[in-house]
Structure formats: structure tokens, C-alpha cells
Design a protein around this ligand. Structure first.
Ligand code: A3P
Length: 287
């Protein structure tokens, strides 16, 4: 199907129309945050599912019950997704854990008033591109990526779901109230997951014993998370996600773009990156 058939444009960005319905977007716009809500914000394919495993384990003091019995989208639901409305978020006890793929500038009014904590996960955009290319090829609610060179232009022009990676990252880096936002990269988590878990726990003001943090980090290793049916999307029907084409938990490494992009594509990517990120001072920890 074409973009026009599959997507709607919301605040200037493409979104799969059947997942992000007018009702769910209205619900999102009117959502009332609580000060102790915990929001995981990401550009898609940056490590959302990973953080949806880490944060509940930290908040439960290492008790794996929720990650073993609830799919990640029920544990840490997306605010903007259609089924969120049916999850009775208003009745959930605090602290609630919520996810969003929206840019900072698209957050609803209550978000700036109440100022809940946010964990913003970033990833090397060349790896986000690589992961997205495979993901778009296996889902029925996203437009087939077509040839890689074509998808590369779409990605760099922000003509993909949730818009431009550059706008997304810049919007969150330019947030007004940065002290309630933790910025962490996928690559930092790859390099030292135990340290990342410790830093996240500290940010969430949830003191944990070192052994508990070690156990959490171990559970969240790619090879272990891949076995968790509540996190590997194996419960989603093949009609929506055909994991025989590409698994959701695909490779789980930093730097896979080197196996995906040609030398010319990587050079073009770098040139666009340099231009679009020229005013950004933040020091990213990429591969
Ligand atoms: P790859 O396709 O490169 O393997 P999101 O959850 O935001 O959609 O991101 C999905 C990406 O995060 C996929 O990347 C997936 O494999 C990776 N990922 C998920 N859990 C991970 C983990 N425990 N360790 C490393 N990577 C993980």
C-alpha cells in the first residue's frame, strides 16, 4: 500500500493510520500526567523495548512478574497508540510507566504543566536507519521500504513514521526543563548495561542492591530478552509482523550500519548529519 493509504499526517509527521486513530490522538492530547509518571521517549528503533524491560524491573525492585506476564506494550503503554485508551491508565496506581514516540514539541499540555520524569533513549541514526529498514520490511502497517537507496532518502528527509530523526533528537535535546530528563544512548547500554541500570535507578530515585542491579542487567541482555515472549513480539500475529522476514529483536548490536550501508551511502548520511546537526553541542556516545 502507498503512504496515502496507510498513513495519516499528525502535526506534520506520518503515522500508521490504523494504529494511531483520531480517538487515540484525542485521548493523548487530553491525557493528564501525574508528577511521578515515568515516560520513556524514543524515536522508533532506538531501544524502546529494551527500556520497557529495564524500567519495570527497576521499579519492581527486580521482581520479574510484570516482564514475565505482561507484553511490553501493556507494561509501559504508548500514550498515542489506539489500544492505550482501553488500558485504563487513569486507574493505574502510581508510579505509572508510559511510552511515547512523539517529539518534545508534540507533547500534550499536561506534560509541560506536571513535568513527569522522562528517559530519552537515543541511538546512532545509521543504526536506527538499518533497524528501521528491516522493520519496515516485516510489518504490514508500515509502507514497504522499497530499495535501500530510496528508503535512505525518505529517512533523511523525515518522510517516515514519526518524522525526522534529526527533528526528534533536537526537540528533546532542546527541552526547556532538562533536569527532569535523563538522556541515555543505546550504545552506552551496549557498552555497560550494569552501569546504565545503576544510572537509571539513581535517576528514578529507586535505590537497589548491587546484586539486584546485576540480575536486572543480566535479564536485559539481548540474548536473554530475546527469549522473553512478553518482549519479543512473538505474540503478535504474522499478519502484522512477519518475523520470518526479520525478527523484532533482530541483532541487538551497535554499528550494524557497516553491514548495511554502502560507502557512498554512509558518506551521504554523514554529510546530511553534519549539516542538520551543526548547531547541536551535545556529545553523543555512538559506536
Ligand atoms: P536491531 O534491529 O538493530 O536489532 P525499538 O524497541 O525502539 O523498536 O528498537 C528495536 C531495536 O532495539 C532492535 O535493533 C532490537 O534488536 C534492539 N534491542 C531490543 N532489546 C535489546 C537488548 N536487550 N539489547 C540490545 N538491543 C536490543
Amino acid at each position: 500500500m502507498t503512504e496515502t493509504e496507510l498513513y495519516r499526517v499528525y502535526k506534520g509527521v506520518y503515522m500508521p493510520a490504523n494504529v494511531y486513530t483520531p480517538q487515540s490522538l484525542k485521548y493523548y492530547e487530553e491525557f493528564s500526567f501525574r508528577p511521578d509518571d515515568i515516560i520513556i521517549a524514543t524515536y522508533p528503533k532506538s531501544g524502546t523495548t529494551w527500556m520497557q524491560e529495564i524500567v519495570p524491573l527497576i521499579m519492581s525492585g527486580g521482581d520479574p512478574a510484570s516482564v514475565e506476564t505482561l507484553p511490553n506494550w501493556r507494561r509501559v503503554p504508548w500514550l498515542e497508540v489506539d489500544n492505550t485508551c482501553k488500558l485504563h491508565l487513569e486507574q493505574r496506581p502510581s508510579p505509572r510507566m508510559l511510552s511515547t514516540h512523539f517529539q518534545y514539541t508534540m507533547m500534550p499540555p499536561s506534560f509541560s504543566e506536571v513535568k513527569p520524569k522522562v528517559i530519552y533513549v537515543m541511538r546512532n541514526p545509521k543504526d536506527v536507519f538499518t533497524s528501521s529498514f528491516h522493520y519496515y520490511g516485516m510489518t504490514s502497517f508500515l509502507v514497504n521500504p522499497g530499495p535501500q537507496s530510496e528508503f535512505l532518502h525518505k529517512f533523511l528527509d523525515g518522510k517516515v513514521t514519526f518524522g525526522s530523526w534529526f527533528d526528534h533528537v533536537k526537540s528533546w535535546l532542546n527541552a526547556e526543563d532538562k533536569d527532569r530528563i535523563m538522556y541515555i544512548s543505546y550504545e552506552e547500554m551496549i557498552m555497560d548495561l550494569k552501569d546504565s541500570v545503576a544510572r537509571i535507578a539513581q535517576f528514578l530515585e529507586k535505590p537497589l542492591d548491587p546484586e539486584v542491579m546485576e540480575k536486572i542487567a543480566d535479564r536485559c541482555l539481548f540474548k536473554n530478552m530475546k527469549q522473553n515472549k512478553m518482549s519479543n513480539y512473538s505474540t503478535v500475529s504474522r499478519e502484522f509482523m512477519d518475523q520470518t522476514k526479520s525478527e523484532f529483536l533482530r541483532k541487538g548490536i551497535a554499528g550494524d550500519w557497516k553491514n548495511q550501508l554502502t560507502v557512498a551511502e554512509a558518506a551521504y548520511f554523514d554529510a546530511v548529519y553534519k549539516d542538520k546537526m551543526k548547531d547541536v553541542k551535545f556529545k553523543f556516545v555512538w559506536d
